[in-house]
Design a protein around this ligand. Structure first.
Ligand SMILES: *Cc1c(COP(=O)(O)O)cnc(C)c1O
Length: 357
């Protein structure tokens, strides 16, 4: 399938943000977007890169009522030599199709996902910021656009990709965040959609996040939906707990999102002398291990913020702290190594980098 490139009229070109410290996250979008359509009789067709603009959707269309939607998130980095690098994009392509399968959407050939993103990023290269910590965030998504209120798989979909230059996630420096363990609401249950990257999972999480904010915490740590006893993940990050020279994360059990950053951390850690353990984590045992000092650090992993150090954790009104407001040694080492590989400062011996021509 060829992707047509439509002209970009001068009046559709936007002003670039010259002060890269003001970028923030997901606030600005580039000049162009990629759109590809699917219909049963035509398969994937009408692929085009066109000026960034609103969609015209029928108010009855299925995504607006029943959330038949999936998305991905990855980043492009500007290297010191001017090249633009994608980080493990084939993992996003694969996961996109796993999500599509769960939400009954058509499979998207990985080649369309990867080539489409490469072409779009290549055209929008000048939008990739270069200040330390900045990147071009890439948001692929698929939505059900058939008009009608019957609940069934749609017969018309848009796959689209938009790009957003984003700032260093930590504008105030790499600072530990506060997390509240959620023991009222749940995010996912076995057999549910927790493993799919779908908007509905986020819609149901907003209330818990808001209540945690009101109590002074940045994000919630979800427990399993059956027993509210086993640690799952945070908002849009997987969680790691550092036991000296070992890092522990929840095993993938079907209701946890299988993070690419999580996989990356699990691969890098042993090369830095850190053992990795993927297992069920009982919150009571975890709290006891934090109290007794066995757990020395905690951090989250996800594309948006890469590695987020956790400074304090609150569970049922008990607050435990890590370090003394400082970032732990293991967390820092993993952050430096991961961001080093992504930006070309550390050699990529894993074959994770894919350059955009
Ligand atoms: C995207 C996401 C993550 C992190 O995945 P990465 O591939 O590392 O970005 C973790 N949890 C949830 C719920 C997510 O949606």
């Amino acid at each position: 399938m060829d992707i047509s490139i439509y002209p970009l009229p001068a009046d559709k070109m936007k002003q670039k943000i010259s002060d890269e410290s003001q970028l923030g996250f997901g606030k600005h979008f580039t000049d162009r977007m990629l759109v590809v359509e699917w219909k049963p009789e035509a398969g994937w067709h009408n692929g085009r890169i066109e000026p960034y603009a609103p969609f015209s959707l029928d108010p009855s269309c299925m995504v607006l009522h029943y959330s038949q939607e999936i998305f991905e998130g990855l980043k492009a980095y500007k290297w010191a030599d001017g090249r633009v690098a994608l980080f493990r994009p084939e993992m996003n392509a694969r996961r996109f199709n796993q999500s599509a399968d769960r939400i009954c959407m058509p499979e998207l050939p990985e080649e369309i996902f990867l080539k489409g993103i490469e072409q779009l990023v290549s055209l929008e290269k000048d939008w990739v910021p270069s200040a330390p910590g900045t990147s071009l965030y890439i948001r692929p998504a698929m939505i059900a656009v058939e008009a009608g209120l019957g609940v069934k798989p749609s017969s018309h979909y848009y796959f689209f990709v938009i790009l957003s230059p984003v700032g260093a996630y930590y504008s105030g420096g790499f600072k530990p965040t506060g997390i509240m363990v959620e023991d009222k609401y749940v995010r996912a249950v076995p057999g549910g959609t927790g493993e799919a990257k779908t908007g509905g999972n986020y819609a149901s999480s907003i209330k818990a996040a808001l209540e945690a904010k009101q109590k002074g915490y940045d994000q919630v740590l979800w427990l399993d939906g059956c027993h509210k006893r086993y640690v799952e993940e945070v908002g849009s990050m997987n969680m790691f707990f550092v036991y000296g020279s070992k890092i522990v994360t929840a095993e993938l059990n079907g209701s946890i999102l299988s993070g690419i950053t999580r996989d990356t951390v699990c691969t890098i850690a042993p090369t830095l002398g850190c053992d990795v353990e993927e297992r069920q984590i009982d919150i009571e045992e975890l709290m006891a291990d934090i109290r007794s000092g066995k757990v020395t650090e905690a951090f989250g992993s996800g594309t948006a913020a890469v590695i987020t150090p956790v400074g304090k954790l609150c569970y049922r009104n008990e607050v435990v702290e890590f370090g003394n407001g400082e970032v732990g040694e293991v967390t820092q080492k993993l952050y430096d190594t991961l961001t080093g590989i992504q930006t070309g400062k550390i050699r990529d011996e894993f074959g994770w980098i894919r350059f955009v021509s």
